[in-house]
Ligand binder design. Sequence first.
Ligand code: ADP
Length: 449
Amino acid sequence: MFDKILIANRGEIALRVIRAAREMGIASVAVHSTADADAMHVRMADESVCIGPPASINSYLSIPAIISACEITGAQAIHPGYGFLSENANFVQIVEDHGLTFIGPTAQHIRTMGDKITAKDTMKKLGVPCVPGSEGGVPDLETAQKIGAEMGYPVIIKATAGGGGKGMKVAQTAADMKMAFRTARAEGKSNFGNDEVYIEKYLTTPRHIEIQVFGDGKGKAVHLGERDCSLQRRHQKVFEEAPGPSISASERARIGKLCADAVAKIDYIGAGTIEFLYENGEFFFIEMNTRLQVEHPVTEAIFGVDLVREQIRVAAGLPMSFAQDDLTINGHAIEVRINAEKLPNFAPCPGRISQYHAPGGLGVRMDSALYDGYSIPPFYDSLIGKLIVHGRDRNEALARLSRALGELIVDGVDTTIPLFDALLAEPDIQSGEYNIHWLERWLENNMAS
Ligand code: ADP
């Protein structure tokens, strides 16, 4: 096992990893930009290294600075968290070339899944059902129009290198195709340096269901059920729950096994998430994320496992500490993402926290790097906390979420807390009847500015 690991991230996820390391008796090294000198992850880690100025490109994304920080402190392994360098195959290669361990999958797995066309092709070959669409990349507008006509509108044009909801455009009718095709390409090029796009049928009432998988890198893999992340704004998740309210035990077992078998076949190592759209009882693969997800705590809650501890274990060459038969679901969990954003437009709202009080009590987990007097810098993501509740069933989880939101105090900046108070009053949320378009429609009707 490692003696010391470095966390190449900030905020709540850096804390999450430091906590797992500490419970395992492993020392932790935080890295930070000059804007984060007073951040909680720096205070909580055993050691810290300043790796550059505020802009992420010169700090949290600076590979030489992070490798140097490992060398200076003697850290043997790097946990990337999510975002930043977590899905950068080149980084993984460099980490390994320096004799360090990357806590995550191999560069090859990241490369395969990071390109969505290659990922779909790989999954198809492994027997995983995909959204109907173009065979690979679509080179020009004429081909795109031909595919649109054949497949029938609406369709979605997606950048193969896309992520975080960027590089995706919907064409409702043939008349929209020209604009959608050009915009998706341009977004792919400007955000990811790759203008290759592909086309999928645009599903009108699906849920976003994702399967958590975990592999040992030696041909063994398990699944940890699904998360329903259908409540999204601009293709970004805001509320996640497990198990999915619409998924039966037999469907879970079937799709879960399919996913576990698929990743076992490619000797996948560590945590991964296979994302599907689910409509009329059918699953359609959309992409695989080769890292820990923001919403992993809902899975941890219902299975009673520590996914970060498990990531560190397999990275160190140890076997997984659970087999499929050990994994049983206990109750229901919900996570809401607390962002420093001003409603109704969700404009980022950095600033000084005058008062912070985290909720507590049975079944409540607050993952956040906030503290009284902390100043949220304007340079990074607006996620400032995740409130996770766990109950014996969905109704108890909902009641607990409402109670915990009532206890949570974040003063000094605007946050998305009022959004969740309002959502909890909605009959569709109470009954679990929503799909990926529900929240956008609700926002239009309830929060139009
Ligand atoms: P990203 O990598 O940017 O997160 P994804 O491919 O995971 O992109 O898709 C993100 C979200 O976009 C999905 O959860 C879903 O809401 C929507 N989406 C993606 N593909 C489709 C599709 N074929 N039909 C309808 N919605 C889609």
